[in-house]
Design a protein. Structure first.
Length: 102
């Protein structure tokens, strides 16, 4: 009984001292590139709003404004820069109204 108590206290102390448990570590995606997929519900200039409310800025080197439309479903990799979501890559998943020439 005493041994179990000592082991429990040691584990609690290690966690409180900053040793932490692996399950508590932040995922790598929270520190760098993130991925999101969704349908574009609003398109203003180089910013899109997805159906979940996420707003992402799409630089011209990632996609031209004429390449995307409201209703398209896209998959984005993005980074948070100065508090804004900035796309680093874009993949078209589904076109609104089917495929159409650009």
């Amino acid at each position: 009984m005493m041994r179990a108590l000592v082991v429990t206290i040691a584990l609690v102390a290690a966690g409180a001292a900053g040793g932490g448990f692996p399950a508590m570590a932040q995922p790598a995606s929270a520190q760098g590139t993130r991925m999101i997929e969704g349908r574009i519900v609003s398109l203003q200039g180089n910013q899109v709003m997805l159906n979940n409310g996420t707003i992402v800025t799409i630089p011209r080197d990632v996609a031209q404004p004429t390449e995307i439309d409201q209703g398209d479903t896209i998959r984005l990799n993005y980074e948070v820069r100065n508090g804004q979501n900035v796309a680093t890559s874009l993949q078209m998943m589904d076109r609104a109204g089917g495929l159409r020439p650009r």
